[in-house]
Design a protein around this ligand. Structure first.
Ligand code: GDP
Ligand code: CA
Length: 347
């Protein structure tokens, strides 16, 4: 008689912005429609989101990955863009431009600005980023998800990814710019020479993060950027150790399909840290827990089945399945495959 899959009471996901949010949306769809083995509509999902993309602009604290997850799961996202509010208008940006206020390359939508105003006011009143996030989520997550979805920043401390790029005008031949300037102004069109995560060594995990990793039934690394999303979360002192130590299985899904990322700039930042841009190399970069890494299993796209032997040699359970998040059913199937890969090791 086939054994039933272990019940999933809790799942913890370490997420960036667009890739992570789309995956979690598919995971929730899968849990609610019975597509995920062992899952149910009551399975609690805790999202630990990257905050190293955060920055201050026009006096406002902006947290792109937290907001992308919050708006996506709260059905407020602009689906086409993948970030920001649906039905957005841009009057404030136009007015700021008319005043000649820099930077003009980072547009804040009018609806989105309300979120940043609430966040900034609360931070300035002394609330932590975790408390602010919980308050914002009462609007976006509670009505649709009740208590089943919790969004946590990776840390309440200021941690910022900066990118070194070649700059012939600088005496050192390079300059170091905020991640947002690299991504939004330069469109990641020049090589990233180095990734510097400012403030990371002194940061501590936000309340609830270590508990969510230690006390879960499954940890998932979604197809988020392995360097500037998942990498920065794991780099907060204590988080990598918690992932290594959790009794729960840890599985990930490759954001690299074929020779590059699906969207974004993972290829540029992987190259800057000396990791080959392939699904197999990223799995090996995270590494097997049995070999000092953070993963037990790693899913690659069907097109990357040639990477499986290399991953198994690195001590990982690996499988090739379709990994394109083209619609909620396809994404739910990815989540189901991740759960199946996790439970395969428990047989
Ligand atoms: P960001 O913070 O908005 O950049 O989002 P994430 O870090 O969460 O995710 C970015 C990653 O998602 C990129 O490296 C993409 O390659 C990956 N990604 C986006 N769509 C897909 C998809 O459909 N399938 C896979 N496998 N990866 C995807
Ligand atoms: Ca991001």
């Amino acid at each position: 008689m086939p054994s039933s899959p272990p019940t999933l009471r809790r799942i913890t996901v370490l997420s960036g912005g667009v890739g992570g949010a789309r995956f979690i949306q598919g995971l929730l769809h899968g849990l609610r429609s019975g597509l995920v083995p062992g899952g149910s509509p009551d399975t609690e999902v805790t999202v630990v989101a990257n905050t190293a993309d955060d920055w201050w602009i026009h006096g406002l604290k902006v947290c792109p990955d937290l907001d992308t997850v919050m708006y996506t799961l709260g059905d407020g996202i602009d689906v086409e863009r993948g970030w920001g509010r649906r039905d957005e208008t841009w009057s404030a940006r136009t007015e700021l431009e008319a005043y000649g206020v820099e930077p003009t390359w980072f547009g804040l939508g009018d609806r989105d600005i309300a979120t940043h105003l609430v966040r900034t006011q609360m931070l300035e009143a002394g609330f932590s980023l975790s408390q602010v996030t919980a308050a914002l989520c009462r609007r976006w997550l509670s009505p649709l998800h009740g208590d089943t979805v919790t969004l946590l920043p990776m840390s309440d401390d200021r941690v910022e990814t900066h990118i070194a790029v070649a700059d012939p005008d600088s005496p050192s031949g390079r300059s170091v710019i905020h991640f947002q300037e690299y991504w939004v102004r330069l469109r990641a069109a020049v090589p990233a020479e180095a990734v510097l995560v400012v403030g990371q060594d002194a940061a501590t995990p936000a309340p609830g993060v270590l508990e969510a990793i230690a006390g879960t039934d499954l940890v998932i690394l979604p197809p988020s950027n392995p360097v500037v999303s998942v990498g920065t979360i794991l780099g907060v002192p204590g988080i990598r150790d918690a992932v290594r130590a959790t009794p729960a299985p840890v599985v990930g899904l490759s954001p690299i399909v074929g020779a590059s990322h699906v969207h974004g700039m993972a290829a540029q930042v992987l190259t800057s840290i000396g990791v080959e841009v392939s699904a197999g190399a990223v799995g090996a970069h995270f590494g097997a827990r049995s070999e000092g890494g953070v993963l037990d299993g790693w899913l690659v796209d069907s097109r990357d089945a040639d990477q499986l032997a290399r991953l198994e040699a690195a001590g990982l359970r690996a499988q090739a399945v379709p990994l394109m998040m083209s619609d909620p059913d396809a994404t739910a199937a990815m989540a189901a495959a991740a759960v199946a890969l996790a439970s395969a090791g428990r047989a």
